[in-house]
Design a protein around this ligand. Structure first.
Ligand SMILES: [Zn+2]
Length: 303
């Protein structure tokens, strides 16, 4: 297993007393043991780069740390406490330009109120999205392709997805919400029968109507109602700025404020909203950014 990938450079220590801090960036679970000065701060990442529309985990440990924030891609990603330190999730938008060296700044706060910043870079690679060309909406639903309806719904969803709940309600990994066949991948560029194109912000499972839809992870329901495009949609807040949603349902069995467990039934599959037939549209968002739900199930967060 590769261990050391690159070093954060301690270019901007906020306090001279912390200038000797050592910050190391590592890939995977390799052991990092910089035999250098005290106090040491260790940062480990479980990725070498991130693809468009994916998320990654970054862990931080060191003495007297109280929290922190990562600034990258013109966004701020908070750092949360875990058993043996702190962790953060970084997410890359679906349309982020591919680049090897986006500036990334990690700012850490000490329990005494002091702060120190470190700089590194983030490499963004292609999401390898496909094109899909045969989306034929029934004539009575073509109006749902109107740009203002799309913009309004995107804004409402992003407002919900942008809330960051400091508590984390889930452990381990996300699970698939259904056993249905995967029919349309995340991020695809779709052409509809009116000639317009849309990005696919979730992953589609083909299934008949009435199939139970399961929560991918434990969390708290924050939204359960009908929308123009997503139809009947249930949104679950998992904490740490991570949300999952389940769309086009025929029936919804949960209400906002309700705590749900991983695998708990949220409703039944259906064909409501901008849909060409019964299916489940499953989304995952991190800090307001849509990410690939399938690759997200491969992420394992520290306890
Ligand atoms: Zn979909």
């Amino acid at each position: 297993m590769r261990t050391l990938v690159k070093h954060f450079s301690s270019l901007r220590p906020a306090r001279l007393a912390l200038a000797a801090a050592v910050l190391v960036l590592a890939l995977g679970l390799g052991v990092i043991s910089p035999a250098l000065s005290q106090p040491s701060i260790v940062v480990s990442m479980e990725f070498e780069y991130l693809r468009q529309g994916t998320a990654g985990v970054l862990k931080v440990s060191g003495p007297d740390l109280a929290g922190g924030v990562i600034n990258v891609l013109d966004r701020s990603f908070p750092v949360f406490p875990v058993t043996d330190g702190f962790a953060a999730m970084i997410a890359v938008p679906i349309d982020q330009r591919i680049r090897k060296d986006y500036p990334m700044v990690l700012t850490l706060y000490r329990s005494d109120g002091s702060a120190v910043s470190y700089e590194s870079t983030l490499r963004v690679e292609s999401g390898e999205f496909i094109r899909e060309s045969d989306f034929t909406l029934p004539s009575d639903r073509v109006y749902l392709l109107a740009p203002d309806i799309q913009a309004n719904e995107d804004a409402r969803l992003k407002a919900v997805y942008s809330v960051v709940t400091p508590n984390r309600f889930w452990e381990g990994q996300f699970k698939l919400p259904s056993n249905g066949a995967l029919t349309s991948p995340f991020g695809s560029v779709r052409t509809y029968n009116d000639g317009s194109t849309r990005r696919h912000t979730g992953y589609d499972f083909q299934m008949t109507a009435g199939v139970p839809i399961l929560s991918a992870a434990s969390g708290r329901v924050v939204f359960a109602r009908g929308m123009d495009i997503h139809g009947n949609i249930v949104i679950v807040d998992h904490g740490w700025g991570v949300f999952s949603s389940y769309s086009h349902m025929r029936e919804m069995y949960v209400v906002p404020g309700q705590q749900v467990l991983q695998g708990e039934v949220l409703g039944e599959s259906g064909n409501t909203g901008r849909s060409t037939g019964p299916h489940l549209h499953w989304e995952v968002a991190v800090n307001g950014i849509w990410v690939n739900p399938i690759t997200f199930t491969g992420l394992r967060l520290p306890g």
